[in-house]
Structures are given as structure tokens and as C-alpha cells.
Design a protein around this ligand. Sequence first.
Ligand code: SF4
Length: 356
Amino acid sequence: MSRPDDSAAAAHAHPLIIPIFIPQLGCPHQCVFCSQPAITDTPRRCPTPDQIRQEVSRFLKYGKRPSSTVQISFFGGNFLGLKPASIQRLLEVAAEFVQNGTVDSIRFSTRPDTVCEKRLELLAGFPVSTIELGVQSMEDQVLDLAERGHRAADTVAAAGRVKEKGYRLGLQMMVGLPGDSEEGAMETARRMAALAPDFVRIYPTLVLEGSPLADWFRSGRYRPMALDTCVTLVKRIYLFFKNRHIPVIRMGLQASDGLNAETGLVAGPYHPAFGHQVYAEIVLDAISAALKNMTGLPDTLVIAAHPRMISRVQGLKKENLSHLKQTFHLEKVSLVQDATLAKDHIRVADQRIVLP
Ligand code: SF4
């Protein structure tokens, strides 16, 4: 079977992804922040071919957007670290759905240090289109503290191999890792951008039950980032990638990732609408900058936005509106929908501003 042309996936910014979790399978050890069972609520067993068939069929039956690109995705472990026979078995089952035309391609995430020529050869003939690398950091001392067991140089080599073979390259980074800093995270972003990924994901470090980090947290050795600090840092990183035309396809774990916040989350900057908060802060910055440059602000400020942008303009619990009122001493901020505006345009008083 030949490699699928993934240009369709590129055209669809949001393919329908059918996740098949392989929690911590293929991992040489446990990284300090990791507790996949807390994230996925899935026991540490490789799914059987029948379980995969059932799961994929269930998604195909109930999934939204049947017209979009559909991908089966192996997540939550180290795909290329699995035994060759397991890799083959998983790919064979997923490929059945590509062969019968219900799925377009396969993607998976893996550790950078398992992306070697021999492992990539196992993919030959399967319809794999996208490989995501768990980069986490491009600073060796941060990788060491997180007990990742690989260096930044492994990521550079792996990214080169993935691109050379013609796969789409995704890179995942984390912020708030032990020993990391805001500038360290920006440096990771810069070095990731230099690898020309097709997309990135940004995850805050959470303290999860069952992870070594939970012990570190309880003994006082690790302090997670505060939610607001983390949102602001991820916003900086998002804008950094956006300015380089690198899509950020995920910011933060979402409710749909299956994190059991009641039992799985010990501490850390988790919010089910983390990405929304980042976008809301970007909008708030843009409006604030426009207001700072305006002379003679009205008592009632009218902001107009496309209906689909209203929630980002308001922010969570309308916090953006109250912030604007307080900061600029406004009597009232009134938000109106205007479907004629582009989604990245808003009107503030009479001024039209373009969101970054
Ligand atoms: S972070 Fe990734 S490589 Fe590390 S233990 Fe978890 S799944 Fe495995």
C-alpha cells in the first residue's frame, strides 16, 4: 500500500482523529511528569485488533464531520518503542480502515530517541502520514530533570529523519517542567521552529496521580506554574509559532483527553478551556492596545465581533469585559455580534482591529 497523500489533511485544519490509546506502552521508563492511566483512564494494555476495530467503528458511526479527513491516531505511549510485531499488528488493523476507504491515514506519537532508520522501515507500505515527537524541551538539563532519557540532539535527528521520509512532522512541547523557565520555554519554541514542523502542541506540566512528579510536589521539591502565568506564557509561545506560520493545534489537555480531574489531577495549571483562555488573552491584549492609543474614550465602549468570536472577546466569565471596564474607567462595555466582520477582525468603538 502506498503512502497516502496527506495534502487533504493539511487542507483540513481539524481532521476527525480517532484516538487509540497505548498508555505508556513502548516506553523505556516513566518520565517524571507522566501518568498516562491518569490521563486516559485506560489500563496499561495494548488494545487488541478487535478492540481497535470496535473503537474505530464506534467513532465512524457517531463522529462529527463525516466529510473531513479522518485519521486513526496511536497516542499516549511510545509507538516506535513497541515490539516490531506489535507495531505491525496495530498498523495492519488501522490500515484495514484505510483500505476500505473509511479512514484516510494513520498518525502516531513517539519518543525522539526511537526514531531510527530500522524503526522507520517498519512503517514502509503502511498508510502512515503523520509522526508526532514528544519533544517536551530542547534544553538538555530540563530533559535530564524530567528523566526523559534523551537529549535535544535526538529530537533534531528524529525530526530530520521524519521529514526526509516525507511524513508530516508534529512536535509536542511542555511548559513548566522542573528546572525550566519562561525563557527556557521560549528557547525550546525557537529550536522547535528551526525544525520546520507542520504543527505543534503545547502542554502545561500537570502533577498527575501516579507520576513521580506527584511525590516531588508532595515533598515540596516541585512547584507547578500558576494557571494565569501559564496561560500568558503559552500565549507568547502560540504567537511566536503563529508569526512563523506554524499551526498550534492544541494548547492544554482538554476534557476530551479523558483527564479525570477529580482523581487524576493532583495540582497544576489545568483548565478544561485552557486554549480558550489563551485566545481570550490575545483578544484582550489587542483591545487594550487599541484603547491605549485612542483619545477621548466614550463612557460606553461598543465592541463588535463575529458571532463565533464573542466568547473569546468576553473571556471566561466575561473577565475580559470587566478587566477593560476597570482598566480604562469605562461605565459600560457593550458587546455586539456582527456577522459581516471576519473572524479575526473586531471593531472597538469605530476602529477596526486585526487580531494577531
Ligand atoms: S511521557 Fe511519553 S515517553 Fe514518557 S513515560 Fe509517558 S508516554 Fe512514555
